[in-house]
Design a protein around this ligand. Structure first.
Ligand code: MTE
Ligand code: MO
Length: 381
């Protein structure tokens, strides 16, 4: 992976895990732009980066489709066969902000195999490719007798990974109903560039509003199956447990499989433990996101741990997309000197907001840290 990290990523990426390679950009840079530069986009890998020859490449469509077939890149890119689709979409790893859950109950979660992400395992890009719906229609739809309501699209990546003594192939699935309204792209372009190798070259899935794990990179096969994939990434990872479940009693059947991402946000500048000299106002800047086709409508911040809240002025929220974050900034009045707890929370268009504390939603696999983001800063007035 190092070769690709060096070729394709910014030199100051924060290396969260070395192998498999996981990295996130420096906090302040991530919120400088609404569209994340490719070299600053976080990377989440289960294994190594497979080397794929684009000229020999095809993706196999099989399982319960009427006409199984292999499609080359040239075929997918032929606009006479498939209309091109392009969308601004955020991808968020469900591990974002995991470090806060690790700090809450150190040693209680499954942290040995889970990367200690900060607030940067999220990014936004304009992805271009074809809708998986159009590709399935090109295959004649589903085979006779297939139960369309139960159909899942199973994605296979070219990579393999090693976990707890076994070697696995990366495979996940999403329900067909997620694809029906063009919310799953098979993408070969990221911000107008060919997909970087580390982000899935030559072709990846981009599943809007779902956890990043379903957006399979290095796609080699799409199989129509009944019900969710039986692969370990689908069945044993990305499960959400209640806070009562811990090391002693965790069983896969206790958790449910995470799909839509909930509403969440983070303060990216200043950062935790900063000392700030100011004259009555401190400017905060961050991101806010909601999955499942919802979007942030309101962002609030507090300079006293959540007693008094200030609303981010609407004109300081970046443009609304259906499937992407909004970058925000706000000047908060601060009278006091010394250590203060700043926090932020977001409301989405379905009026969902964030849990108050990390412990309210702590879970054994340490996924989806969506509680109010809290930092301490030292105020010098
Ligand atoms: N696809 C394959 N083939 N292998 C992987 O390890 N990781 C998934 C997903 N797709 C993964 C994958 C996870 S958990 C996330 S969060 C996203 O890719 C991250 O996408 P990125 O590395 O392009 O940011
Ligand atoms: Mo992820």
């Amino acid at each position: 992976s190092w070769k690709y990290v060096q070729e394709e990523k910014a030199a100051d990426m924060i290396h969260v895990l070395q192998f498999p390679y996981n990295g996130e950009p420096p906090r302040s840079r991530l919120v400088e732009t609404e569209i994340t530069n490719n070299k600053d986009f976080f990377i989440r890998n289960h294994g190594g980066v497979p080397e794929i020859d684009p000229n020999a490449y095809f993706v196999e469509l099989d399982g319960l489709v009427k006409h199984p077939q292999n499609l080359t890149l040239a075929q997918l890119q032929d606009e006479k066969l498939f209309p091109r689709q392009s969308n601004v979409v955020s991808l968020q790893c469900s591990g974002t902000r995991r470090i806060e859950q690790i700090h809450e109950y150190p040693g209680d979660g499954d942290e040995l195999i889970n990367a200690p992400w900060g607030e940067g395992a999220i990014g936004t890009a304009r992805w271009t490719g074809v809708s998986l719906r159009a590709v399935i229609e090109h295959c004649g739809g589903f085979a006779d007798g297939a139960d369309v309501d139960e159909m899942h699209m199973e994605f296979y990546g070219a990579d393999t990974y090693f976990k707890k003594g076994h070697v696995y192939n990366y495979a996940v699935s999403i329900p067909w109903r997620k694809c029906k309204y063009d919310e799953c792209l098979l993408a070969w372009e990221m911000n107008g560039q060919p997909l970087p190798k580390i982000h899935g070259f030559p072709l990846r899935a981009v599943v809007f509003g779902y956890i990043g794990a379903r957006s399979c990179k290095w796609l080699t096969r799409i199989k129509a199956i009944t019900g969710p994939s039986k692969a370990p990434v689908q069945m044993k990872e990305y499960l959400y447990y209640t806070p009562q479940i811990g090391k002693q009693n965790a069983q896969y059947s206790n958790g449910f499989s995470i799909q839509d991402m909930p509403v969440s946000s983070a303060i990216m500048t200043p950062v935790d433990k900063d000392q700030i000299v100011h004259d009555g106002f401190i400017t905060l800047r961050g991101w806010a996101y909601s999955g499942g086709g919802r979007w942030p409508e309101r962002v609030e911040v507090s300079a006293d741990g959540g007693s008094v809240w200030y609303e981010v002025p609407y004109e300081r929220l970046s443009k609304k997309y259906y499937h992407a974050w909004r970058i925000w900034s706000v000047d908060v009045p601060v009278e006091y000197e010394g250590w203060l707890e700043f926090c932020c929370r977001t409301w989405d268009n379905a009026l969902n907001t964030q849990p108050t504390y990390v412990r309210s939603a702590w879970n054994f696999d340490l996924h989806v840290t969506s509680s109010c983001h809290r930092i301490k800063i030292y105020s010098i007035n």
